[in-house]
Write a protein that binds this ligand. Structure first.
Ligand SMILES: [Zn+2]
Length: 258
């Protein structure tokens, strides 16, 4: 793919080094910024930077999780929940427990681990970028819910996704859809960002992508230890031009933080 050039911003295809250093400081326009619900990021803590996927642990172990959605898997989850509660010697005659294993199994399959049964390719349509627009697309304040793979405790927060279009575009609501697919799994916050960014790179072949997950509360942190109650985690994954161009990255981070 050739480098696109628009609005005075010379850009690369995300894996080359053909952007023009003289022009790259030209301010980019921001035609689209959706769904601001007034959330302001404050006092966040940058714990992880997933710029370099080789450095992150997320790629080391292949992910083998599956969601078959069949009765065998349902039965296994149900039994596991039954055993967990049984270890606490719950009174199975108590109607508040009777159907709990079934309810929990259903919740895992339909919500908490449902992302394993979904493919972004099946849920989104991409459009060729016929205008060769190089305008930044930024969507933020997208709520996400996940379960941490360390404790199976819920964590949730907001996502902001920015991309500089290249070959293809997609509907704005679909950015949140991709985030949701990766969030609804047993996860690490930084891995949700990395997988979302990689998927967008794969589907759109844009000039670059940034995914920030912010204002995130991890129940495994907030529910124990008084010191950590207010802990608020932010992770940023960058790909393509955002990885190469520190000024552009800073500019987008500022917009995401606004
Ligand atoms: Zn945890």
């Amino acid at each position: 793919m050739c480098a696109l050039k628009s609005n005075g911003l010379a850009v690369s295809n995300g894996n080359g080094h053909n952007h023009d250093d003289n022009n790259r400081r030209t301010p980019i326009t921001l035609p689209i910024q959706s769904n601001g619900n007034g959330k302001i990021i404050s006092g966040f803590e940058l714990l992880h930077d997933t710029n370099d996927t080789k450095r992150s642990s997320v790629e080391v172990f292949p992910q083998t999780e599956i969601l078959t959605g069949d009765t065998e898997q349902f039965g296994k989850i149900q039994k596991a929940v039954y055993d967990l509660l049984d270890a606490f010697n719950v009174n199975w005659d108590d109607p508040n427990y009777t159907d709990t294993p079934k309810r929990v199994a259903k919740a895992y399959m339909e919500y908490w681990a449902s992302g394993y049964g979904r493919e972004a390719e099946d849920e989104i349509t991409t459009f060729p970028n016929t205008t060769a627009s190089g305008d930044l697309v930024l969507v933020k304040d997208m709520k996400y819910y996940s379960l941490c793979s360390h404790h199976l405790a819920p964590f949730h927060g907001y996502g902001a996704i920015a991309y500089l279009p290249g070959e293809n575009l997609l509907g704005l609501s679909k950015l949140g859809r991709i985030l949701d697919i990766f969030a609804r799994r047993f996860q690490l916050q930084e891995r949700i960002g990395a997988q979302t960014a990689d998927k967008i790179m794969e589907l759109l072949n844009p000039q670059g992508v940034m995914v920030m997950l912010y204002d995130s509360e991890h129940m495994c942190m907030s529910s124990r230890g008084v010191q950590l109650h207010e802990a608020n985690t932010t992770t940023v994954a960058t790909r393509g031009i955002f990885k190469e161009d520190a000024d552009l990255r800073r500019e987008v981070l500022t917009m995401m933080n606004r």
